[in-house]
Design a binder for this molecule. Structure first.
Ligand code: NAP
Length: 407
């Protein structure tokens, strides 16, 4: 079957036009990429075949980045890779070794800039994996972390440099900042929070909540302290939910009856961290800035047993790149040992994103049923043994087959 390109709707940038034989680009990834990527493709192909009886099929197109690209193309990040991912709208990638020694562009940064992937989206769900919680079944979150604003922009000045001294002088003299607040030996980082970037991110989360029949959207921030960044993020989010597109579909906490609508509220970050543990079931879709989202998504992943089953995606207007959330685990590379769960669930999320929900559900069912029988890779077995449960250890490739068998 020849593949066709996925297109982005001209009218609604969040909507895709997906053929029955979409071409999807993939990057194998460094390190354990050689183990988990083939496992992911096998599971996805089986789920799609089973869900649509052969009427739909993904046509995979490998593009190169990282070590494999260096080997084959003598370039860690060839221009054609970026071009191909853009051209085909949706892609999935294995983990990439962070470039060492300078001079190598980061793939994630390049893709984020080129495709303006402004929301990092992390679904966190309990599928039976060994968890430290007593009621992990209450965990079913989708965390929207803003990807382009905040302290992450990397505009910083090192302490005691001429640049930072100049900035400190400016802040004291021109902006009347008390010298006690910013002493002579301080380094300084800039934290922007912009209305445009906040609002497009919040709109994406609200649209997701509507489309996927979610119950609650919570904005998490530290606006009580950082009034003009986190506080502004919160206030702009409230402006968005009152827009025509959303106002009839959401009810703001404390402002009326739910009446079948989605509850919209906000929580201060420190409270939110403890509430995920103490009032786990109260949360659903969570919208955050960059730094808060970074912390919170790993906390949530930890609640259901860690990063082994934590999928992720970077999404912009239509364009989306799905990825495993863990790294390249070099000591296990090529040993057919590691857990492919994070990449497989990222692929399930990708299927949901292109509207192939039936296939996504089959994958989740397959994982759930496999874990129910205490079958897993070494990391799953290690966690089970901590709970006093005997498990059956399988290799990475075998785990994929066990999932397929139980879809
Ligand atoms: P890592 O690759 O995530 O591995 C750390 C540990 O996590 C492993 O030793 C292993 O723990 C466990 N682990 C990771 N993936 C696993 C899997 N699929 N199945 C089972 N266990 C798994 O983190 P790192 O060692 O800090 O980073 C290695 C490289 O990856 C670095 O170059 C880093 O920059 C890069 N990285 C890339 C990404 C990305 O591309 N998105 C993300 C993070 C890190 P045990 O040995 O205890 O079992």
């Amino acid at each position: 079957m020849n593949g066709e390109k996925i297109r982005i709707s001209n009218i609604f940038p969040d909507e895709l036009i997906v053929p029955n034989n979409p071409i999807i680009t993939y990057i194998e990834g460094d390190g354990i990429g050689v183990d988990i990527t083939p496992a992911m493709i096998e599971v996805v192909d089986s789920a799609v075949k089973k869900a649509y009886a052969g009427k739909k099929r993904i046509v995979w197109k490998e593009v190169y980045a990282g070590q494999k690209a260096k080997r084959l193309k003598n370039d860690y990040l060839p221009e054609e890779t970026l071009y191909e991912i853009k051209e085909h709208v949706v892609g999935i990638k294995g983990p990439m070794e962070t470039p060492v020694g300078g001079g190598i562009r980061s793939l994630n940064v390049a893709l984020r800039q080129l495709l303006d992937l402004y929301s990092c989206v992390r679904p966190v769900k309990y599928l039976g994996q060994p968890s430290p919680l007593r009621h992990p079944e209450q965990v079913n979150y989708v965390i929207f972390r803003e990807n382009t604003d905040d302290i992450y922009i990397g505009v910083e000045w090192q302490a005691n440099t001429p640049q930072v001294k100049k900035l400190i002088e400016f802040l004291r003299k021109e902006m009347n900042v008390d010298a006690k607040k910013i002493p002579d030996d301080a380094g300084i980082g800039i934290k922007p929070a912009s209305e445009y970037k906040t609002k497009r991110h919040v709109r994406k989360a609200l649209r997701y909540a509507i489309k996927n029949n979610r119950r609650v959207v919570t904005v998490m921030h530290k606006g009580n302290i950082q009034k003009f960044t986190d506080g502004a993020f919160r206030n702009w989010a409230y402006e968005v939910v009152k827009e025509d597109e959303f106002k009839d579909k959401f009810v703001i906490e404390g402002e009326g009856e739910a009446d079948g609508k989605i509850l919209f509220n906000d929580r201060i970050a420190d409270n939110m961290f403890q509430q995920l543990l103490t009032r786990t079931a109260d949360y659903d879709v969570i919208v955050t800035q960059n730094l808060n989202g970074d912390y919170l998504s790993d906390e949530a992943a930890g609640m259901v047993g860690g990063l082994g089953f934590a999928p992720g995606a970077n999404i912009g207007d239509g364009y989306a790149v799905f990825e495993a959330t863990h790294g390249t685990a070099p000591k296990y590379a090529g040993k057919d040992m590691v857990n492919p769960g994070s990449l497989i669930l990222s692929a399930a999320f990708m299927l949901e994103y292109i509207g192939w929900k039936e296939a996504a559900k089959l994958i989740e069912d397959g994982i759930r049923n496999t874990l129910k029988e205490n079958i897993g890779t070494y990391d799953v077995i290690r966690e089970l043994s901590k709970l006093g449960i005997k498990g059956y250890e399988v290799k990475c490739s075998e785990f994929a087959k066990e999932i397929i068998r139980r879809m």
